[in-house]
Design a protein around this ligand. Structure first.
Ligand code: B1M
Length: 219
């Protein structure tokens, strides 16, 4: 039953059934599954939705429905995650956004939820954020970390433009830069001069903690 409920969550999302997905998520919570276990199967389901879109079986409207289901479920799970954060001391400040030309924000929002739950202060610049806006936010908020998300191979190159803009303004050495998103790799992060690559939201939090420590040690 307990394993069934997780696969039922994934199947309902893949079949774009909002009511069933929510029912199974509530059941999983009652059964004691951790929010991250549930989020992981949902993320897996989103990948399958993406594959169906690639094959021409689903349309953009279906991607939108899947996103709405994910966001609805997050409104159930988020309070369970953020509860953890209340006992953790502030860790550092992160300015984060999805880069220019890209409106995907589910992964970014998940990273934000996990960062806040772990005591980070997060300034969310939203989606389709041009380099200039990142620069302004760094000047205004003086963060420890700049985080960028990209889901499209056509927009991941804009991460490099943000790093270049920070360099031009003499701000690059004052912040650590972490990048993430489905097409991003460790190699790409290194090539564009980022300090780190976050494969998923949980790993991103651990990395951000290390980056803040490095920054304060002057590394
Ligand atoms: Co889009 N889309 N989409 N889409 N979409 C993808 C990305 C795609 C792979 C689907 C596919 O073809 N298989 C494909 C990109 C192909 C490519 O570039 N190689 C694609 C396309 C083509 C498009 C459009 C061009 C479609 C069109 O209009 N013809 C269009 C582009 C719009 C634009 O941005 N300009 C488009 C639009 C959309 C919607 C708006 C409909 C919707 C997004 C809604 C929203 O976000 N509010 C959407 C969706 C839902 C998807 C898929 C199906 C799911 C994405 C998602 O939310 N995943 C996606 C398929 C896929 O990714 N395989 C797809 C769940 C989420 C939890 O995972 O975002 O990867 P993810 O985040 C992870 C990690 O990557 C990481 O942590 C997260 C979780 O742990 N992470 C970070 C993310 N950011 C991080 C930052 C960090 C650290 C870690 O540090 C700062």
């Amino acid at each position: 039953m307990s394993v069934d409920v997780l696969s039922s969550i994934k199947d309902s999302l893949v079949n774009l059934d909002m009511d069933k997905t929510i029912d199974f998520v509530r059941r999983a919570v009652e059964l004691g599954f951790k929010p991250m276990d549930i989020i992981n199967v949902l993320a897996d389901g989103m990948r399958v939705v993406g594959v169906r879109y690639e094959r021409g079986e689903y349309f953009v409207s279906d991607l939108i429905v899947a996103s709405e289901i994910f966001k609805e479920v997050m409104s159930i799970l988020e309070p369970l995650i953020t509860r953890v954060g209340e006992v953790v001391r502030p860790f550092g400040r992160v300015v984060i956004g999805t880069v220019e030309g890209d409106v995907h924000d589910i992964g970014k929002n998940l990273v934000i939820t996990m960062l806040r739950a772990n005591g980070f202060e997060v300034i969310d610049l939203g989606v389709d954020v041009p380099p200039k806006r990142f620069v302004e936010a760094v000047k205004q908020h003086k963060p420890d970390i700049v985080g960028m998300s990209a889901l499209l191979t056509s927009t991941m190159v804009n991460m490099k433009r943000v790093i270049e803009a920070l360099e031009e303004e003499g701000l690059r050495s004052s912040v650590k830069v972490i990048v993430g998103g489905a097409p991003i790799t460790e190699k790409f992060a290194r090539e564009i001069g980022a300090d780190a690559y976050g494969e998923n939201a949980v790993i991103a939090v651990d990395i951000c903690k290390k980056l803040v420590e490095e920054l304060h040690r002057g590394k």
